[in-house]
Structure formats: structure tokens, C-alpha cells
Design a protein around this ligand. Structure first.
Ligand code: NAI
Length: 332
């Protein structure tokens, strides 16, 4: 039996984690979950929101499934999510946005992959208050990290039969930092002549994505643009409740949805577990459990296509647990 770290998170995290682990179990996949709490409650008890035991568990098991963890805005501890990605060097954030059977959206031809650099940019957390009326944040872009993420994007394109990689920047304004990102992407592109390469400014990308998303295939972006654009692409396929993701490094991988801890619906049995479930399916594919992953996706798609048992965010009135049970009923 495989041991996998499970971070149930906070907010809606524990509710959707419970639904997802029960669906995986019902699909017949035997996983020994090494449950590791993290976040604000943990900080109160253990003095830090991300104790070493969480990192050690992932280092040992190599794979984790993670539900969202709240990050206080402004004051308070640094994001657990950012710290986790950094300390495990999970440099590639992979966020596929593909239409999901049964979920009606404005477009029925969305099939793109957001590859977000996960370790630097403004997320390096280097900020200072100069005086009470002035603060600054430093944006770090290195050739090494930029080449590494570009290489990941091109390699992904080759392995997954994709045709084009688009590097996204604001190099007209951030001439040095984003300029370096593009320089690195161009150098890597030369190694992959079979993949088409082009570049776009992030503001233009946003406009084009909401008009014609089928123009894009694999997008590679520095951290901040990747964060924002992947919420936009989640919107193209039905919203945050259904958007899957993974953070991948050389040694470990942490699978987690795009969305956050949704404090507005916490503890109300209303959250949609689809995004975490699809992230878990990415994880099952990653560990070679492709048949079980497909079985779960088929059951999910059936429930979504029937449209009778949907959570609130998808226009239905079903609770998280009713939605979970309907998926379990459809597992074959
Ligand atoms: P959010 O993604 O938690 O929520 C945005 C909106 O989408 C809310 O209206 C929420 O109810 C809805 N929503 C999100 N997930 C849903 C789901 N599964 N089912 C139904 N509705 C859902 O974003 P927000 O409010 O900006 O962030 C809340 C907290 O989460 C913050 O502390 C933020 O830092 C943290 N966060 C954590 C992430 C992580 O752990 N990877 C990622 C993003 C945010």
C-alpha cells in the first residue's frame, strides 16, 4: 500500500478532503494517508503554521495531496503554500484548464495548460517598509529558474503531444526582469524545434483568453502572472470549484486545487470537491494508477452531465456529501 501525505488544510479543506479520500477509497485504491495538519490552528499550537514534520513527511513519501490553507492578508505569518513550494523546491506549478464534460461554459474548446514558475518573482517575499507612506517589494527573476520552468513547459509539450508554447511577460515595462525571463525561454525554445514558440504580454493575453481561448496551448509564466492567469483560465472552464493543479519538483510532487480555503462557505457542507478530486486524479495518474483515475473521472463526469446533483457553485443545491455520495454511486 502506498503512503501519501494528506494536508487537509483549513476553511473548506477538511470537508473536501474527506469527500475526496472517501471517493478514492470507494474506487478501490488503497492509500495509507499520512495526515499532516498545517495552517493557522497549527501555528497557535506549534508556534509555526508549517512545522518541519509536514515537510519531512512529504520528503519521505515524495507525494502529497493538499487542500487549501488560509493566508492572512497583510499582517501575520507568511503563506504556508509559498513556504511549502519553496522548501521542497516544487518549481513547476501545473494548472490544466480543459472543458469538463457536463459543465457548460461560454466556450467549449478550452484545452490549455498553465505552467507557472513557483519559486521566485514577487513571491520571494522580499519587502520593506521604507517609511509609513512607502513600501517596496522586490521582484526576483533568475536565468536558472526561468530556464528550468521553460524547459519543463517544452518537455511537457513534447510528452503530452502539445504543439505550441507561449511565454508570457510584461517585458515592455519590466525590461530587465521579464526581459531575462524571455531571454531564457528563447534559449530553451531553440532546443525544441518541433514545438512552435511565441511570446505575448500578459495584459493582451488576458484579453485574448476571454475572447478566444482556443488560440493557446501551453502557457509558461513567471509566478505572479501565472497565479492570476490561472484563476482566469479556471473561470473559462467553470470556476475555481473545478480547477485542478499540481506543484512538481525534482524529488516531490504536491497536488492541490487552484482555489483557496473559501472562508465564506466554510463548515457549511456547500463546497465543491471537484477541484481537489481532479487534482487527486492527476496524482493517481502520476503514481501509475491511471485506471482508477479514469474510473473516478468517469463517475464525476456522469454526475455532472446528469446535472441533478450539483453543488451551489455549479447552479445546483446539493451538499458536498450528497455530491460525494452520487459520485461513489456511479463508480463502476
Ligand atoms: P478562494 O479560492 O478561497 O475563494 C474565492 C471564491 O470562490 C469564494 O467565493 C469561494 O466561496 C469560491 N470557492 C472557492 N473554492 C470553492 C469550492 N471548492 N467550491 C465552491 N466555491 C468555491 O479565494 P480567496 O477568498 O481569495 O482566498 C481565501 C483564502 O485562501 C486566503 O487566505 C488565501 O490566501 C487562501 N488561498 C490558499 C490557496 C492554497 O492553499 N493553495 C490558494 C489560494 C488562496
Amino acid at each position: 500500500m502506498k503512503t501519501i501525505t494528506l494536508i487537509p488544510g483549513d476553511g473548506i479543506g477538511p470537508e473536501i478532503s474527506d469527500a475526496v479520500t472517501k471517493i478514492i477509497e470507494a474506487a478501490g485504491v488503497k492509500i495509507n494517508w499520512d495526515i499532516q495538519s498545517a495552517g493557522a490552528d497549527v501555528a497557535e499550537k506549534e508556534g509555526t503554521p508549517l512545522p518541519d514534520r509536514v515537510i519531512d513527511s512529504i520528503k519521505k513519501n515524495k507525494i502529497a495531496l493538499k487542500a487549501p490553507v488560509t493566508t492572512p492578508i497583510g499582517k501575520g505569518f507568511r503563506s504556508v503554500n509559498v513556504a511549502l513550494r519553496k522548501s521542497l523546491d516544487l518549481y513547476a506549478c501545473l494548472r490544466p484548464a480543459k472543458n469538463i464534460p457536463g459543465i457548460k461554459t461560454r466556450f467549449d474548446n478550452v484545452d490549455l495548460i498553465v505552467v507557472r514558475e513557483n519559486t521566485e518573482d514577487l513571491y520571494a517575499g522580499i519587502e520593506r517598509q521604507i517609511d509609513e507612506n512607502k513600501a517596496e517589494s522586490i521582484k526576483i527573476i533568475t536565468r536558472e529558474a526561468s530556464e528550468r520552468i521553460a524547459d519543463y513547459a517544452f518537455d511537457y509539450a513534447v510528452k503530452n503531444n502539445r504543439k505550441k508554447v507561449t511565454a508570457v511577460s510584461k517585458a515592455n515595462i519590466c525590461k530587465l526582469s521579464d526581459g531575462l525571463f524571455l531571454e531564457a525561454a528563447r534559449a530553451v525554445a531553440k532546443k525544441y524545434p518541433q514545438i512552435e514558440y511565441n511570446e505575448i504580454l500578459v495584459d493582451n493575453l488576458c484579453m485574448q483568453l476571454v475572447i478566444n481561448p482556443s488560440k493557446f496551448d501551453v502557457l509558461v509564466l513567471p509566478n505572479l502572472y501565472g497565479d492570476i492567469v490561472s484563476d482566469l483560465t479556471s473561470g473559462l472552464i467553470g470556476g475555481l470549484g473545478v480547477a485542478q493543479g499540481a506543484n512538481i519538483g525534482k524529488d516531490c510532487a504536491v497536488f492541490e486545487p487552484v482555489h483557496g480555503s473559501a472562508p465564506d462557505i466554510k463548515g457549511q457542507n456547500k463546497a465543491n470537491p471537484t477541484a481537489l478530486l481532479l487534482s487527486a486524479c492527476m496524482m493517481l495518474d502520476y503514481i501509475g494508477e491511471k485506471d482508477s483515475s479514469q474510473k473516478i473521472k468517469n463517475a464525476l463526469y456522469k454526475v455532472l452531465e446528469e446535472g441533478k446533483t450539483l453543488t451551489l457553485d455549479l447552479g445546483g443545491s446539493a451538499s458536498t456529501t450528497e455530491f460525494r455520495d452520487e459520485i461513489i454511486k456511479n463508480l463502476q
